[in-house]
Ligand binder design. Structure first.
Ligand code: PGA
Length: 251
């Protein structure tokens, strides 16, 4: 992946999409196949191999929404990073709040998955974010610092890791964090990276915002200082919406 804080836009399809949805990826490829941004689509596991073939030779990348912490073995229903690499996937999303709550993934497990991914040369997008209650109680800083500190393995670098700040209360709710909330959270996370790995790494590592990003609010979000892109859920499913979001980077 290119870096130097190049803008990074990822579309997380979650548990949506069937073979017919691959046409959305074809459209994104035709529009942005030569892009200078980092554009990643994260379809469900069933579509990864086909999606990977569609974008081959273009600048669009396909990523997985999860992986197992082991590279093979008796883990029914799981997908290993070696299987991802086998079909040309080199990016994986980890620690999404839906997996933290629905699949009981904790920071320690996310850390293991990230370490395995890095060891196998995959880029990880690691998500952190506070709940509404944590924010209400004034615990946003404490929560996201703790998640970051414990989810990041020692193997992380500014090139193999992208952080996504996704306040849980903003995901899929239509409630977007304010520009000030986003700016503050990103500054907290970058400062934490600085403490862990120093100024050089902190100044290069990309931090995305996620949570109800859409074509109406994306332009403003991209302009917030410290925001290096977006992790988009619902609005990434249709190429018309997702392409408007990508185009809004330069609006
Ligand atoms: P949303 O999801 O854009 O639908 O709020 C974002 C995400 O969960 O990554």
């Amino acid at each position: 992946m290119s870096n130097a804080r190049n803008k990074f836009i990822a579309g997380n399809w979650k548990m949506n999409g069937t073979l017919s949805s691959l046409s959305e990826i074809e459209v994104i490829k035709s529009l942005f196949g030569e892009t200078t941004y980092d554009i990643v689509i994260l379809p469900p596991a069933t579509l990864l191999a086909e999606a990977s073939k569609i974008v081959a030779g273009s600048k669009i990348k396909i990523g997985a929404q999860n992986c197992h912490q082991n590279i093979s073995g008796a883990h029914t229903g799981e997908i290993s990073v070696l299987m991802l690499k086998d079909i040309g996937i080199n990016i994986v999303l980890l620690g999404h709040s839906e997996r933290r709550t629905e699949s009981m993934e904790n920071n320690q497990l996310i850390n293991l998955k990230a370490e395995t991914s890095h060891n196998c040369k995959l880029t990880t997008i690691i998500c952190v974010g506070e709940t509404e209650l944590e924010r209400k109680n004034g615990n946003t800083k404490k929560t996201i610092e703790y998640q970051l500190l414990n989810s990041l393995p020692k193997t992380f670098t500014e090139d193999n890791t992208i952080i996504a700040y996704e306040p849980v209360w903003a995901i899929g709710t239509g409630k977007t964090a304010t520009a000030e909330e986003i700016h503050t959270a990103h500054a907290i996370l970058r400062n934490q990276i600085k403490k862990l790995k120093g100024t050089a790494v902190a100044s290069k590592l990309r931090i995305l915002y996620g949570g109800s990003v859409n074509k109406e609010n994306s332009s403003e979000i991209f302009q917030i200082q410290g925001v290096d892109g977006a992790l988009v859920g619902g609005a990434s499913l249709l190429s018309a919406d997702f392409s408007s979001i990508i185009k809004s980077i330069s609006r």
